[in-house]
Design a binder for this molecule. Structure first.
Ligand SMILES: [Zn+2]
Length: 529
């Protein structure tokens, strides 16, 4: 037998959750053949991987990396952080935000909003085909799959309007979604805490999820509330899945904020119960007790109505500041109020391009140092940054993270937001952190189970045929790691430090990472499901 590359001497974690077993792996023309240990083969390249685990490449089921390769060479370190952890497929388009579709009348306004989201000006594509073409124009190391975002669909059809869609508008949204799913988008995502997603009622999402169900693709949701009303928000997601017939995937499942802590004691058993009743429901998690999102999302929905320019106009009106303070102190029905559930001392600034000196510090600290009320500081900062500020919210409890992580229906998603500045370290550390800290050091999961959550389980959920498992004929997307050394190194102060112990990453049969460095190979493609 003749192969392009042979990995000799490793232990296989095949992605199904089966125990490790000794086997060699032959790769030819981007396809895998499993070989008996020590089988006689011919190959110009034989890598000795004795002592290492050979696994399917990791599938990051939840990223906001839609635009990162389009930001130019200055963003290469950001773009490479995923593959350096062993991620061979990124699934973007999450939380209701995708880079497609657009209709001509709202396209310019939509592109204006992308600056804050992606850390640079990037075009919104008319449809999935145009998106795939724009991505193809920039060579990449790993593969990209994309969900169609409900917020983007909504912006395409009715702009940033704070109202229900008319039946005609909803039909247009469904038609656009249908075309994108047919072309290869991996499912429908919502972000029901974010504008414009939050303006939609349940019926609107049911109509769209029905389109996803017709394509056999999942409804993927950032719940309407992950804090004090997380159980009601989960009930809404279940209703949407039941009425539409779509499989349900709960994004970055958490119960955050002081009123949400400990609620995974109820939500995780609830998910298990739904599965026992026959519902196809899964979730993902990132292994940190802090989240990350935009600073504007700390303000009530009315403040964000109409998009970023309207927000800035309101923030410039100092007469509205007391209304903002009151909304945060007292809450607004139907709005997940992160600061009211925690406090400004739990919110630190991740990315503020014109104020790098305050990156890493909390809003409470900076406000007190300047003798300002936090809401006034937030308003001034957003005005000075044109609305583009990313924050990190230290809002979760460790026992909740562990309960979700160890549930048998939970896969791994970084929720990485690769923007310049001090992004959340999850973008560079998630997968090694699960394998090293949680699986090996704390003993919460056997290594083959942790690998399954990162590979086979994810591929099955998102329809990535021939990926996520090591078997004859599968795509040769692989990661080789040292089970004794693998560990995340990225921190909140040094968020892009690459991990230890990831020895080799292979995409489509080509070595894209070796000895902790990205090679020149760029075999990544846009995947269609
Ligand atoms: Zn989200």
């Amino acid at each position: 037998m003749m192969f392009d590359l042979v990995l000799r001497g490793g232990d296989i974690a095949d992605g199904t959750g089966a125990p490790l077993r000794a086997a060699d792996v032959g790769i030819t023309a981007g396809v895998i053949t499993l070989l008996e240990r020590g089988a006689r083969v011919e190959s110009p390249e034989v890598a000795d991987v004795a002592g290492a685990v050979v696994a399917p490449g990791f599938i990051d089921v939840h990223t906001h990396s839609d635009a990162v390769t389009l930001l130019g060479e200055a963003a290469d370190d950001l773009a490479h952080a995923a593959v350096l952890q062993g991620v061979t497929v990124e699934i973007c388009g999450n939380c209701g935000f995708s880079m497609f579709p657009a209709l001509p009348e709202h396209r310019a306004a939509m592109e204006r909003e992308t600056r804050g989201q992606y850390g640079g000006s990037v075009g919104i594509s008319a449809d999935f085909e145009e998106f795939a073409a724009a991505q193809r124009a920039v060579p990449r190391a790993n593969h990209l799959a994309a969900l169609a975002g409900h917020g983007t669909l909504r912006s395409a059809v009715l702009g940033h309007a704070d109202r229900a869609a008319t039946p005609g508008e909803l039909a247009t949204m469904c038609g656009l979604l249908d075309a994108d799913l047919r072309a290869g988008a991996a499912g429908l995502s919502t972000g029901l805490i974010y504008t414009p997603g939050t303006y939609a009622g349940t019926d609107e999402v049911v109509a769209l999820a029905t389109v996803a169900a017709r394509h056999g693709k999942p409804y993927v949701t950032h719940l309407r509330d992950e804090m004090s009303r997380v159980e009601e928000a989960l009930a809404e997601a279940v209703e949407i899945a039941r009425r539409s017939g779509a499989a349900l995937h709960v994004s970055h499942h958490k119960t955050a904020g002081k009123y949400g802590w400990g609620r995974t004691e109820r939500t995780v058993p609830r998910l298990a119960e739904l599965r026992a009743q026959g519902m196809d429901v899964t979730c993902d998690v990132y292994p940190y007790t802090a989240g990350s999102t935009s600073l504007a999302a700390m303000l009530p929905p009315w403040a964000n109505a109409g998009g970023v320019d309207a927000l800035l106009a309101r923030l410039a009106d100092t007469g509205l500041r007391d209304d903002l303070r009151r909304a945060i102190d007292e809450g607004v029905p139907g709005w997940e109020n992160t600061v009211g559930n925690g406090g400004w001392d739990r919110i630190s600034i991740a990315c503020a391009a014109r104020h790098p000196q305050i990156e890493g510090r909390t809003i409470a600290e900076v406000a007190s140092a300047r003798g300002l009320d936090p809401v006034d500081l937030v308003a001034e900062l957003l005005l000075a940054e044109g609305g583009e500020v990313t924050i990190i919210s230290h809002s979760m409890r460790e026992d909740d993270v562990r309960r979700v992580l160890t549930s048998p229906f939970t896969m791994i998603g970084s929720d990485g937001v690769p923007k310049p500045g001090h992004p959340h370290p999850r973008w560079a550390g998630t997968f090694p952190r699960v394998l090293g800290h949680y699986a090996r050091d704390l003993g919460l999961l056997p290594v083959e189970t942790a690998v399954h959550k990162m590979t086979g389980m994810a591929a099955a959920r998102f329809g990535l045929a021939g990926r996520g498992v090591l078997r004859d004929g599968a795509h040769a997307d692989l990661v080789v790691f040292d089970p004794d050394r693998i560990a995340d190194r990225a921190t909140f102060t040094e968020p892009l430090l690459p991990p230890d112990g990831v020895e080799m990453v292979i995409v489509a049969g080509q070595i894209v990472v070796t000895s902790g460095k990205v090679t020149r190979a760029r075999p990544g493609r846009v995947l269609r499901t």
